[in-house]
Design a protein around this ligand. Structure first.
Ligand code: MOS
Length: 742
C-alpha cells in the first residue's frame, strides 16, 4: 500500500496522476509481482484438440521433473464445494468449472496444471504432459455457422414494420466484425494463498475485487470477509477483468492442493483463450427515410459467437434503440455456439459492434439522400428523451458534440462526392459517426482516515484499471473538503476497504464520486462534532457550512471559530479520525434516463496502390457530464480512440478452421494500433455537469471513446475512395478489393 501517492514528487504535477510516480518508477506492482513467502508456481496445460473428451493423461515424465509438487487434473483435484455436483455448477454460473470433467469444448482448455517449486520447473514439466482424446466434430467457423441459427426478438418492437415498407429511401446492408482480443499490457495472474483452512488471500488481476471476493465466497462456501483480494495496479482490462476466469479458480485449487501459496500467470498466447474476447459478429440492417431525411424505420439483426458450454449475449442491437428517434423499430439477435472459450465484454461491448452497422448504414443512406451526414444525424437524434424508456434524458448534448466536432475538423472541406480529394497516390476523405452509452451508477462505498497533521487518506475497494479513478477521487476530495491535493492520499483496489462495484461499463467514476462526496461530508460532520465540544457554534452544523483547510476546521459563518486539527486531536485524545459512507442511485432513475455520448470525426488518407489507410486526424467530442480530471479523462478518450483504430483497421483473431487452433495468438501475430498508427487524438469535452446523476455531475467516459470510431473511419474511407467497407478489420487487402461505388 501507499503507492498511490504522488507526494514524494518535488513538485506535485498539475492534474497529474496520483499513481503516476509509482507507475513510471515500477514501484506499483501488478498481481504477479507480489512476493509471497513459500510461494510455488503453477502452469496450465491446454487441450490439443477442440472437441471431444480426454481418454487418458500421461503424467509420468512430468512428475519426474525436479521440483514438481503435484499435477492437478479432472481425476486428481481438491473438491470445490460450490462446484461439487451438477446442480451446484449450474447455480454457480461459473462458465467453465475447470478440471471438472473429461469433456473438451475448445482447443487450449486447461486439462492439467503442474505445480512446482519454480516457474521454470513447472513450465518444463507442463510441456511433458500428454493426453489421449476421443475427438468429436467441432465448429470454429462463425461465417458458416451463423446462417443456421435463427434470430429471436431482442427487445420490444416499436411501431410496425409495415408502416415504413414504402419508405422512399432505404438502405440495406450486411456488416461483419472479426473476433477481437483485449490484449491488456498486464497478463492475468493470480497468487492464491490459503492463510488458513477457510481464509483466502488473493493477489489477482481483475476489474473488481468485491466481485472476485463474492465469486470465491460462493465457490468455496466461506464468508466473503474471509477472502481478501488485492488488485491495486491493473495494467489494462478492457472488460477482460470483469469476470473470474478458470485460471484464477485453478490457482486457488492448486493452493488448496499443495497447501502453499500458488502463483499462476497466463502467458500471452494462453490469454487469447482464457479471459474472453469480443465475439465475431454478423449484422444486417435496414433503415428507411423520407426524401428530406427523416428516419421512418429501422430493422436490425445481429448474431455473434459464443462458446458451446455457455451463452454470452453482447447486446449488439441495444445502441440502435438508443440514439435516434426511429418511429418504427425492430431488433433481433441470436448467439452462435463455437468451439472456442466464452467471449465477454470488450471495449464498449455490444454497442461498439452495433454502432458500426448503424452508423455505417446512416452514412450510406446520406449518400443516397444526397444529404450531409452531419445534418442527417442532427435531424434524427433523440435529443430530448430516451426513445427506449420514453423518459427525458437528464442531459444529452450529443448534438453539441456533433456540431463542435464538425467545426473542429473543418467538415466544410469534405467533398459530398467520394474520391474528389487526392495527393499523389493518396486519396483523402472525411468521415464521422456518433456513439452513445447508457450512463449507469452503482452503490459504492468510500472511507477517509485523517491524521493530526491534516493529511487524509481516501479509500475504496474499487480498482483503477488505468482510467485515473484515484486521481479523480483526489480531485473530488479536494473540492469537497478544501484540503490541498498534496495532503490527500488514495488507497484502492483492496477488498478490505469500503466495498465498491467493479470498474467497467463507464460506471467507475459515476459510482465512486458520490461515495467520495458523501464521505467528505461525513468527515466534516465528525470533525464538527468534536469541535462542538469546545465551541457551541459547531453544534448541529450541516456539512456544507463546514470549511476544512490544511491546518484546521472553521465555519462559513463569520466569527472566530477556527480550531486547529492539532488542538482537536489533543483535546479529544484522538489518534486518527475515520469515517465511511456510501452512495448509490435513487429516485432520479425513475424520473430520468441517463446517457454519455460522443461524436467522432476523422480525416483519412488511403493509398490507392497498397490499400494502406492512415488516420490523419481523429477528433472526439464527448458529453460525459462534469469532467473531474481533464487530463485523465482525455487520456482515457484518446486511448479508447486508439482502440477504435485497432478495431477498424487491424484487430482480428484468426482461427484455423481445420484444426480449431487460434492463429497468431501473440503480439507478433495479433496487430493492434500503436503510436505509429494513430495521430494525436484531439479530445474535447462538453463538460456540463449532469445535475441528477450523482453529486459530482459526472456521467462516465470510456465506452463512448470507442463507440463510433470504426464507423467514422469506414465512412472516411468511403468518402476518400468510394469503396464501402463493411467488414472489420479494414485491412489493406479488403480496401484494395472493395469495389468503387460512389
Ligand atoms: Mo469495460 S468492456 O467497460 O471493462
Amino acid at each position: 500500500m501507499g503507492f498511490f501517492d504522488n507526494m514524494n514528487m518535488p513538485v506535485t504535477p498539475p492534474d497529474g496522476r496520483v499513481e503516476g510516480v509509482a507507475k513510471v518508477t515500477g514501484k506499483g506492482k501488478y498481481a504477479a509481482e507480489y512476493t509471497v513467502e513459500n510461494v510455488c508456481y503453477a502452469v496450465l496445460v491446454g487441450s490439443t484438440v477442440p472437441a471431444g473428451s480426454i481418454k487418458s493423461i500421461d503424467l509420468s515424465t512430468a512428475k519426474q521433473v525436479q521440483g514438481v509438487l503435484d499435477i492437478i487434473t479432472h481425476q486428481h483435484k481438491p473438491v470445490v464445494p460450490g462446484l461439487s455436483d451438477e446442480n451446484k455448477i449450474k447455480e454457480a454460473r461459473f462458465g467453465l468449472p475447470v478440471f471438472h470433467t473429461d469433456k473438451i469444448y475448445f482447443k487450449g482448455q486447461p486439462i492439467a496444471m503442474v505445480i512446482a517449486e519454480t516457474l521454470e520447473d513447472a513450465t518444463y514439466a507442463a510441456s511433458l504432459v500428454s493426453a489421449q482424446y476421443d475427438t468429436t466434430a467441432f465448429n470454429i467457423d462463425f461465417e458458416t455457422a451463423h446462417p443456421n441459427v435463427p434470430l429471436s426478438p431482442a427487445g420490444k418492437e416499436r411501431g410496425s414494420m409495415d408502416a415504413w415498407k414504402d419508405a422512399p429511401f432505404t438502405i440495406e446492408s450486411e456488416y461483419n466484425i472479426a473476433h477481437e482480443v483485449h490484449n491488456p499490457m498486464e497478463m492475468h495472474a493470480t497468487i492464491a494463498h490459503w492463510v488458513s483452512d477457510n481464509r483466502l488471500k488473493l493477489y489477482d488481476k481483475n476489474q473488481g475485487v468485491n466481485n472476485v471476493q463474492r465469486t470465491f465466497s460462493r465457490l468455496w462456501s466461506i464468508p466473503s470477509e474471509n477472502i481478501e483480494v488485492f488488485s491495486e495496479f491493473v495494467g489494462g482490462g478492457f472488460g477482460s477483468g470483469l469476470r473470474v476466469w478458470p485460471h484464477a479458480l485453478a490457482a486457488v485449487m492448486g493452493a488448496k492442493q499443495v497447501n502453499r501459496p500458488v502463483k499462476l500467470m497466463l502467458t500471452r498466447p494462453q490469454m487469447f483463450m482464457a479471459v474472453g474476447y469480443r465475439p465475431a459478429s454478423w449484422q444486417w440492417i435496414k433503415i428507411g427515410a423520407t426524401a428530406d431525411g427523416q428516419f421512418t424505420g429501422v430493422h436490425h439483426q445481429a448474431k455473434h459467437s459464443t462458446s458451446v458450454y455457455e451463452n454470452f449475449g453482447d447486446g449488439i442491437t441495444r445502441v440502435t434503440r438508443l440514439i435516434y428517434s426511429f418511429p418504427n423499430l425492430k431488433t433481433e439477435a441470436s448467439i452462435v455456439p463455437l468451439n472456442m472459450s466464452t467471449p465477454t465484454w470488450m471495449r464498449g461491448p455490444g454497442d461498439c459492434t452495433g454502432d458500426f452497422a448503424v452508423e455505417s448504414a446512416i452514412d450510406e443512406l446520406s449518400y443516397k439522400l444526397k444529404m450531409d451526414p452531419v445534418a442527417l444525424r442532427l435531424k434524427n437524434l433523440a435529443i430530448e428523451k430516451d426513445p427506449e424508456s420514453g423518459k427525458p434524458w437528464s442531459t444529452n448534448f450529443l448534438n453539441e458534440c456533433v456540431e463542435r466536432g464538425a467545426a473542429k475538423i473543418q467538415w466544410k472541406n469534405r467533398k459530398p462526392v467520394p474520391g474528389q480529394l487526392s495527393e499523389g497516390d493518396w486519396k483523402i476523405g472525411y468521415g464521422m459517426a456518433v456513439g452513445m452509452w447508457n450512463a449507469g451508477r452503482g452503490n459504492a462505498g468510500a472511507g477517509i482516515v485523517m491524521e493530526k497533521n491534516g493529511t487524509i487518506t481516501v479509500q475504496t475497494a474499487m480498482t483503477d484499471i488505468g482510467t485515473g479513478t484515484g486521481t479523480a477521487m483526489q480531485n473530488i476530495a479536494h473540492e469537497s473538503t478544501g484540503i490541498t491535493k498534496n495532503k490527500i492520499k488514495i488507497e484502492l483496489g483492496n477488498s478490505n476497504l469500503p466495498a465498491a462495484p467493479s470498474q467497467g461499463g463507464s460506471t467507475g467514476l459515476s459510482s465512486i464520486s458520490g461515495a467520495v462526496v458523501a464521505t467528505c461530508n461525513a468527515l466534516k460532520s465528525k470533525l464538527a462534532s468534536y469541535a462542538a465540544l469546545q465551541n457551541d457554534a459547531y453544534k448541529q452544523v450541516k456539512p456544507e457550512e463546514v470549511l476544512l483547510s490544511d491546518t484546521g476546521i472553521s465555519l462559513k459563518t463569520p466569527g472566530n471559530q477556527a480550531i486547529s486539527y492539532a488542538e482537536l486531536w489533543e483535546k479529544n485524545n484522538l489518534s486518527v479520525v475515520e469515517v465511511e459512507a456510501s452512495s448509490g442511485p435513487g429516485a432520479e432513475r425513475q424520473q430520468y434516463a441517463f446517457c454519455s455520448s460522443a461524436a467522432h470525426f476523422c480525416k483519412v488518407r488511403v493509398h490507392t496502390k497498397t490499400g494502406k489507410v492512415k488516420i490523419e486526424r481523429m477528433i472526439c467530442v464527448a458529453d460525459g457530464g462534469k469532467i473531474v480530471s481533464e487530463k485523465a479523462a482525455a487520456n482515457q478518450m484518446s486511448g479508447a480512440a486508439v482502440g477504435g483504430i485497432g478495431m477498424a483497421l487491424m484487430e482480428e483473431q484468426a482461427v484455423d478452421l481445420k484444426t480449431g487452433s487460434l492463429v497468431g495468438n501473440d503480439l507478433a501475430g495479433y496487430h493492434f494500433a500503436v503510436n505509429a498508427d494513430a495521430p494525436v487524438i484531439e479530445v474535447e469535452f462538453i463538460g456540463k455537469p449532469d445535475p441528477n446523476i450523482n453529486p459530482s455531475g459526472s456521467k462516465g467516459l470510456g465506452e463512448v471513446g470507442i463507440i463510433g470510431c470504426a464507423a467514422a473511419i469506414a465512412n472516411a474511407i468511403y468518402n476518400a475512395t468510394g469503396r464501402r467497407l463493411r467488414d472489420l478489420p479494414m485491412t489493406p487487402d479488403k480496401v484494395l478489393l472493395a469495389k468503387v461505388s460512389g
